[in-house]
Design a binder for this molecule. Structure first.
Ligand code: HEM
Length: 484
């Protein structure tokens, strides 16, 4: 069994080898342990696309928190130690970037780079614009739409409960997050919950899955031959882009008709257009398009996956479920009267959401690339080396977290080290800007569920599958209208 030297969270951004003593000379990546690979393919065949997160986590348990693998010919340093991962994430955008391949795949698909893919000075400008769309007063303005969509979800489930019908949990939660995000991002109520029209949702899913899939392909075959899948993917990108252009034109018109919207935007698009129009913003129309699409892509599956896992876990933990139900029924029983302040008071539900994301993080890993030669822990990392940061390792390790395998929301209320070990929203300057909004969305959905129903069962395929995010297979929920 491999043993690591004690790890320090030491990252020397510009490595100065002249001052490195022989005793503490960093190791080369090639000296690290790791799974044996094949010529040209490296370890690609050991990484099943839909189980890639679990395959790398299993390797980390076997080879330790710093090991090497190869994806095709690309050497990859895998980092699973939470302190080191946190230190790497803090060194952005200067020290590390998102891997070039992700931006290349997106560019090739004709996407505009939003804040998720932007780097350096461009990222700084975009991040500033995006953060204005997530400012507390902006979220407050969006809240009524969130509560309305929650109430629609509750009505849909009430009908299913009355009819004694099972609920397709993941599909309904995706409708909920699409309706919320499309409403917030574009100011359009697409209402897939009531209309059952899931075109937007299917297109987004295809784009997310296709981008992730192409990023992991050792050979870009689509440049030479387009399979039906590639044609569908490219058509989905074109359709989303055309829809986004239409939404931007409408938003510009609304802002022209009512100039007060610049200081009091009604949705993210208006907030971003207002920020882009500020003098010296350095933001053009392409960046606005890129960021509206980014919000849709980053905000849909992540939140719906977190919600599905949370509901699945609560259905298996009756004591936690009962406590969450009591909290909701005491604090926020009626969706038509929901307020942000009520949601902020749902502390136990919030702890349940964090605990669910510790065990089932929607984003269980983050790939990055080094901008300079540097040292990570005690390993020499050359410029452009790809790093695979594993986010679920220490956070579920018995050595670091008491009773790590248990679903125990109370640990989040007690404090302790869990907040440093679990990073479901990433960390550092690129921490997820949608963090507060998604937790608000989760609490609204949970209040709609727990306030009005008793959960009879949540069954189905609880395997973990990685597409764009890590989600369960199809789950089915049965509800009874709340007694009394
Ligand atoms: C449970 C829900 C969510 C989870 C688990 C999640 C997770 C993450 C993670 C892990 C990152 C990478 C952070 C890093 O590199 O350090 C990220 C980035 C990002 N997320 Fe989220 N996210 C969620 C919801 C949302 C929502 C609702 C939105 C927007 C509506 C959003 C927008 C973004 C954006 C724009 C970035 C890129 C930030 C940057 O690179 O500066 N996310 N998210």
């Amino acid at each position: 069994m491999f043993k690591t030297a004690p790890l320090s969270a030491r990252i020397l951004a510009d490595m100065d080898t002249t001052t490195t003593s022989a005793a503490s000379a960093p190791r080369r990546i090639s000296a690290l342990p790791g799974p044996r690979g094949l010529p040209f393919l490296g370890n690609t065949l050991q990484l099943r696309p839909s189980k890639v997160h679990a395959d790398v986590e299993a390797m980390a348990r076997r080879y330790g928190p710093l090991f090497q693998m190869r994806i095709g010919r690309q050497q990859v340093l895998v980092v699973a130690d939470a302190a080191l991962v946190g230190a790497i994430l803090r060194e952005r955008p200067d020290g590390f970037r998102r891997p070039d391949v992700t931006a290349r795949v997106s560019d090739e698909l004709g996407g505009e780079r939003g804040v998720f893919l932007a780097e350096g000075a461009v990222w700084r400008k975009q991040r500033k614009m995006v953060m204005q769309a997530f400012a507390p007063h902006a979220i407050k303005a969006y809240f009524p739409l969130l509560a309305r969509v929650g109430a629609r979800l509750q009505q849909r489930w009430a009908q299913a409960a009355r009819d004694g019908r099972p609920i397709a949990l993941n599909a309904d939660l995706k409708r909920y997050t699409v309706d919320v995000i499309a409403g917030l991002a574009f100011g359009e109520e697409v209402n897939t919950i009531e209309n059952g029209d899931d075109v937007v949702q299917r297109q987004l899913e295809l784009i997310m899955e296709g981008t992730a899939r192409r990023s992991l392909m050792p050979v870009p075959y689509w440049r030479y031959v387009k399979l039906p899948y590639d044609r569908r993917l490219e058509a989905a990108v074109r359709a989303t882009r055309a829809a986004t252009n239409g939404f931007i034109a409408k938003a510009r018109q609304r802002m022209q008709d009512d100039p007060s919207r610049a200081s009091h935007p009604h949705n993210m698009l208006e907030a971003m257009l207002a920020a882009a129009d500020q003098e010296g913003s350095g933001i053009d129309q392409g960046a606005v398009i890129g960021n509206v699409s980014t919000m849709l892509l980053a905000g849909e599956d992540t939140t719906s996956s977190a919600l599905s896992w949370l509901i699945w876990l609560l259905a298996r933990h009756p004591a936690a479920l009962q406590r969450a139900q009591e909290e909701v029924r005491g604090v926020a029983p009626d969706p038509s009267a929901f307020t942000i302040e009520q949601m902020d008071r749902l502390e136990f539900v919030d702890a349940c959401a964090h605990e669910a994301m510790r065990l089932k993080p929607p984003a269980p890993f983050l790939p990055l690339q080094a901008n300079h030669d540097c040292v990570v822990g005690d390993v020499r990392v050359p410029k452009d080396c790809v790093l695979w940061c594993v986010l679920r390792h220490d956070s579920v390790s018995e050595a670091k977290v008491h009773n790590a395998a248990a679903f125990d929301p109370q640990r989040w209320l007690d404090g302790g080290n869990v907040r440093q070990l679990a990073m479901p929203f990433g960390s550092g300057p690129r921490l997820c800007p949608g963090r507060y909004l998604s937790l608000l969305e989760i609490k609204v959905a949970m209040a709609c569920l727990l306030g009005a129903f008793d959960i009879v069962s949540v069954d189905g395929d609880s395997g973990e599958y990685h597409g764009f995010v890590m989600q369960s297979g199809a789950l089915t929920m049965r509800l009874l209208p709340r007694a009394g």
